[in-house]
Design a protein around this ligand. Structure first.
Ligand code: AQP
Length: 350
């Protein structure tokens, strides 16, 4: 049977990158799922604490993320939405997997280095900086693998930036099966479903990805932004000094990002190259491009913000608790079934 799992960190209100790279795909998979398919979407609070968080802030962000997931169209009758820490089996399996995962493979992961703004070459770090790296940040991909494997997920929809971690999760499953199951399929190596949208870049530094944790709020469009805020941020997006539209990701990253954003929302399904060609033919300026991008975004995004605020308030906040409690109940059942298989294979159970 199909089991779809994916997660998002409660580290702020989700932005357009999260929407196009993940959430829109989650909703599509839900809407197209066959009866009997299991859909599990987790708000991964244990991942969020790999970097320092304030407790009241984290608590608030978890609720806000839950409201945002409902606002983009996840339906609790079809998708189970839960906090990662509500299902202890995620961390339990993580420990077991970390006993078969190799340090060498983990140390080649690029994301933990980039979080600390380190170069790809970790050996360039001095000893003191190396010693202060946190263990949780280093072993983050093992927890991510456990998140997926504990539900025997067959498909994992993620953005392009997560491809490497998914490869690691497959490796963890294969290692585990080899070590404890003589190759039999105790854990299921999952398939990656890459979102059709490319990596969405920061509006201010178009060479780095749009991110919740970027210190500049103008770098991202939040799913809760008003039409006016969207307009302002797009008009202020960094481009370049050639005042004509063309699509060239390497030479013109800011313009390319705007074209890709537009293409992701275009009702006529035009790609960025085609949009650039059409605008070029019309001798459109960068301001014209920005105005069009803002217009297409405003057609879809502010409505999400309206629903988001309704969900946050619904039944004095109790509705969100109920959705999460039910999601966690389903997820615990799914995870416990896998843990029985795992514990028997390892020799931890009687
Ligand atoms: N810029 C992006 N373009 C396309 N997809 C993206 N995703 C994130 N940023 C982009 C996808 O969103 C999903 C959830 O991501 P996450 O919250 O688990 O962590 P992240 O990838 O680290 O996202 P952020 O926004 O940059 O968060 P912080 O700042 O907390 O690290 C993933 O499927 C990811 O591919």
């Amino acid at each position: 049977a199909t089991v779809i799992f994916s997660g998002i960190q409660p580290t702020g209100i989700p932005h357009l990158g999260n929407y196009l790279g993940a959430l829109q795909n989650w909703r599509r998979l839900q809407d197209e799922a066959q009866p009997g398919a299991k859909l599990l979407y987790s708000i991964v609070d244990l991942h969020a604490i790999t970097l320092p968080q304030q407790a009241p802030m984290l608590r608030q962000w978890k609720r806000e993320m839950l409201a945002a997931l409902l606002a983009v169209g996840l339906d609790p009758a079809r998708s189970s939405i839960f906090y990662q820490s509500s299902v202890p089996a995620h961390t339990e399996l993580m420990w077991i997997l970390s006993c078969t995962a190799s340090m060498g493979y983990l140390s080649r992961m690029t994301q933990w280095k980039s979080k600390l703004h380190l170069s790809d070459d970790a050996s360039a770090l001095d000893e003191k900086a190396k010693a202060s790296l946190k263990l949780g940040l280093f072993s983050y991909p093992v927890l991510q693998a456990a998140d997926i494997l504990v539900h025997r997920a067959t498909h994992v929809p993620v953005g392009e930036d997560q491809r490497q971690h998914l490869e690691f999760a497959r490796e963890c499953a294969t290692n585990f099966n080899h070590t404890f199951g003589a190759g039999s399929k105790l854990l299921v190596p999952p398939e990656t479903i890459l979102s059709p949208a490319k990596r969405i870049m920061s509006l201010q530094t178009p060479t780095s990805k749009m991110s919740k944790s970027d210190t500049d709020p103008r770098s991202r469009i939040l799913l809760t932004d008003s039409a006016e805020e969207i307009h302002k941020k797009i008009m202020a997006a960094k481009t370049d000094s050639t005042n004509a539209v063309s699509y060239d990701r390497a030479a013109r990253p800011g313009v390319a990002n705007l074209l890709e954003l537009w293409a992701s929302f275009d009702a006529r399904g035009r790609g960025p190259e085609m949009l650039a060609e059409e605008l070029g033919g019309q001798k459109a300026s960068l301001k014209d491009l920005k105005t069009s991008v803002a217009d297409v975004l405003v057609e879809e995004i502010p409505a999400i913000g309206v629903r988001y605020r309704e969900f946050l308030e619904k039944d004095g906040g109790r509705y969100l608790d109920e959705v999460e409690e039910e999601g966690a109940r389903v997820a615990r059942k799914s995870a416990d079934e896998t843990m029985e298989i795992v514990k028997r294979a390892v020799g931890l159970s009687r």
